[in-house]
Design a protein. Sequence first.
Length: 355
Amino acid sequence: MSIVIRDIDKQFGSFTALNHVDLEIPTGELVALLGPSGSGKTTLLRIIAGLETPDGGTVFFEGEDATAQRVQDRKVGFVFQHYALFRHMTVFENVAFGLRVRPARSRPSREAINAKVNELLKLVQMDRLGNRYPAQLSGGQRQRIALARALAVEPKVMLLDEPFGALDAKVRKELRHWIRHLHDEIHVTSIFVTHDQEEALEVADRIVVMNEGRIEQIGTPEAVYDHPVNSFVYQFLGNVNLFRGRLDRGKVRIGASEFVAPEHRDAAAQSAIAYVRPHELAIERHSEDNQSIKARVAHIRAIGPVVRLELKRADDNSLIEAELTKERFTELRLAEGDEVFVGLKNLKVFVENYV
Ligand code: ATP
């Protein structure tokens, strides 16, 4: 089922939780709502679900105005971060529940329910644990059962609010891959809320980046990561270094150094901030031009296949975070206290007023 959100507003007292939100989700897409705490992700999800009424705007399901439709008529399935399963029911009974409580005229036969539950347990790879009780499952297994239970009633839309939020990092990572595969199999239009950029980048077809009740950018993971529309999106999607400078005719001047600012050829001289991700800094021992920033190695930390460096700029003592491959680090033979020159390979420049 396709979803269209038009000009949605939501206030809580004098607080604006959602501010003119527009969003279109075609049938079968897996979309991540990504943003910091309090940006309005859950509120938007609850409005789509029908658990919250917007102050203004319209929600269309499959082209029809569903804004006033009751939750139970919307054909949505939910999975929440702490979606408590029924503790006194087995896994099998939990998944069967939504079908068993249907009114008699639309309730499937006992055999049909059994077949459906078995099929779902297989789908979420839990078919051998049907007789267990929730207390006998791991957190990741419980969330898979919550998902199977939500899918049992054949929702047209799946809404997931931080479904893996309460799980440890390793299980989270496993479930991420798993949910992507599951979605590729069942193709139900799905929206999940997360504040974890890695999760959104890995799992979603498109990412909706939210901030203070507004949508900052909507795009594929590649688009939001590589072509952020503003510095908020760029900073939210990964670690960045920030260099204050001055933009003039396609060049950005940072301290005594100068770099090409690819997307800003025609701008007149103005204050700007250049952002560069730690792995996109080019570290050299020598420099013969002014296209690098002089710094000193303050701290070295090797983590798995990468080496993180903390560098201190020579001109203003501010810190730069750099990330090198082990090979490059070995090649450079760096030690704490060494002088280095920092080139900016893939800088993004946003014009910003600062003092
Ligand atoms: P988180 O990641 O922390 O869950 P979020 O992006 O999902 O954040 P929302 O839960 O949508 O954010 O909340 C947005 C803002 O609206 C927050 O500042 C929150 O305090 C406020 N808010 C949400 N629900 C209510 C409510 N029922 N009454 C008052 N304020 C609310």
